[in-house]
Design a protein around this ligand. Structure first.
Ligand SMILES: [Zn+2]
Length: 65
């Protein structure tokens, strides 16, 4: 069986990277295992994803033309 852990931020995508976040409102106090989508986003976007269960991919569509 393949071990596919989900991203600790969005819980939607496969984990890809190790990141360090300190966002009190989200309970993040250091190391988090994230997908490559969440990895590239700022703290504000990360808190929105955790609070509203958004898909981090949507944040990129707004930025990339
Ligand atoms: Zn993610």
């Amino acid at each position: 069986m393949k071990n596919e852990r989900k991203c600790e931020i969005c819980r939607k995508h496969k984990v890809d990277k190790k990141d360090y976040r300190f966002i009190d409102s989200c309970g993040l106090q250091g190391k988090v295992i994230v997908c490559h989508w969440c990895f590239g986003l700022g703290d504000v976007a990360i808190s929105e994803i955790m609070r509203d269960e958004l898909d981090p991919e949507d944040f990129y569509e707004e930025e990339i033309e």
